[in-house]
Design a protein. Structure first.
Length: 366
């Protein structure tokens, strides 16, 4: 009876969470996110800004009218830069300056410490939803005692409370220090799994708090440990194991498709935090030494519409690490990660598989 009651309580909570998720589109931005209006006003006042550029990721764009009110109330002209905004690796300061803006306000990501030509404020837009009830209901499904805690910037403030809860239930929680691109302990980025690796030897598995599969998938591949991914919005959770056969089979097939080719495009992005020109130049040399034809392709955003015009048999993405994984179905021809390119050329073994991450040594120093 007790187990059935627990299942009923969890089902009730799950339904409520789904309702909240569905209503999210009807809630105002200030009810969902901490938009730090006072901090934005102080920044605009301190910089004496008359014209400001705004960058918003896809999830915040529906709230532009509300976000813009802070600027309007101060008499600051706000220009929405509507190109894609995928991370703090892509501050649009140069474009903003060309438009006569004095400042840039970038929402939804934490500062990666990338130099900009304009004063730039990062508004992290942390979510106001309290994840503790979700975590409480997931506890019976955590089958390991030493637990590493991971999240994205939207929920990073909750990690210490989650650790306290786990400790009170007999678990041993660990929060790893930030990797080279992350700002906070326990924070994962799509290009930086350093916080997971820093505690991997001390934990039996991880609990990831956030949405989507890419970050927990990367963590399990980077550490060889299972990850319980918990969505604090919907209440759903799933266990991601290092034995990810379908994923590995798919990547191995991608390498095999590319291996029959002779002409390769090595793709580099001009986005400030993705310009891995050093890495790309090294890849070109590796391909040439292996008797393959390889050329550098520089783009702002890596999209199939542009790449399909080139007569290459396959591509290697030395831009955002997520593109070959998340966007592979959009491309007609194989797109490899740098690690996979090394496997194809016989310079590395496929297992253990390594997720692509951005290191300072890969970036152009120019």
């Amino acid at each position: 009876m007790r187990e059935n009651h627990a299942q009923m309580v969890f089902h009730h909570f799950f339904v409520l969470a789904e309702v909240f998720f569905t209503l999210g589109n009807n809630l105002c931005a200030q009810e969902i996110y901490d938009l730090e209006e006072a901090k934005v006003r102080s920044f605009l006042r301190r910089c004496r800004a008359k014209r400001a550029a705004i960058q918003l990721p896809a999830g915040l764009r529906q709230h532009l009218p509300e976000i813009k009110q802070t600027f309007d109330s101060m008499g600051v002209e706000a220009l929405m830069l509507a190109d894609g905004c995928y991370g703090a690796c892509d501050p649009a300061d140069v474009r903003a300056k060309l438009l006569g803006c004095e400042v840039l306000v970038h929402y939804g990501h934490s500062d990666m410490r990338i130099p900009t030509c304009l004063p730039t404020l990062y508004v992290e837009a942390r979510m106001l939803v309290d994840p503790m009830e979700t975590v409480e209901h997931v506890l019976p499904h955590i089958k390991f005692n030493r637990v590493g805690l991971l999240t994205n910037v939207q929920h990073v403030k909750s990690l210490k409370r989650v650790a306290k809860l786990l400790r009170s239930r007999g678990f041993k929680p660990f929060i790893g220090g930030p990797g080279p691109r992350a700002k906070y302990p326990g924070q994962l980025l799509g290009c930086d799994f350093g916080c997971a690796r820093s505690v991997a030897s001390r934990v039996d598995g991880f609990l990831y708090l956030g949405t989507g599969d890419f970050h927990p998938l990367g963590a399990t591949l980077a550490t060889g440990k299972q990850v319980l991914a918990v969505n604090p919005i919907s209440g759903r959770f799933k266990l991601i194991s290092p034995d990810i056969d379908a994923f590995l089979r798919g990547r191995k097939a991608m390498i095999a498709r590319a291996a029959v080719g002779e002409r390769f495009g090595i793709v580099v992005s001009t986005k400030p935090g993705q310009t891995r020109l050093n890495l790309a130049s090294g890849l070109v040399e590796s391909f040439k030494r292996a008797g393959r034809d390889a050329h550098l392709l520089l783009v702002d955003e890596v999209r199939p519409e542009e790449l399909n015009d080139f007569r290459f048999d396959a591509f290697v993405c030395a831009a955002c690490p997520r593109i070959p994984i998340d966007d592979m179905k959009r491309f007609e021809r194989p797109v490899l990660t740098p690690f996979e390119a090394h496997v194809m050329l016989g310079k590395a073994k496929f297992e253990p598989y390594k997720m692509d991450e951005v290191g300072g040594e890969d970036l152009s120093s120019s």
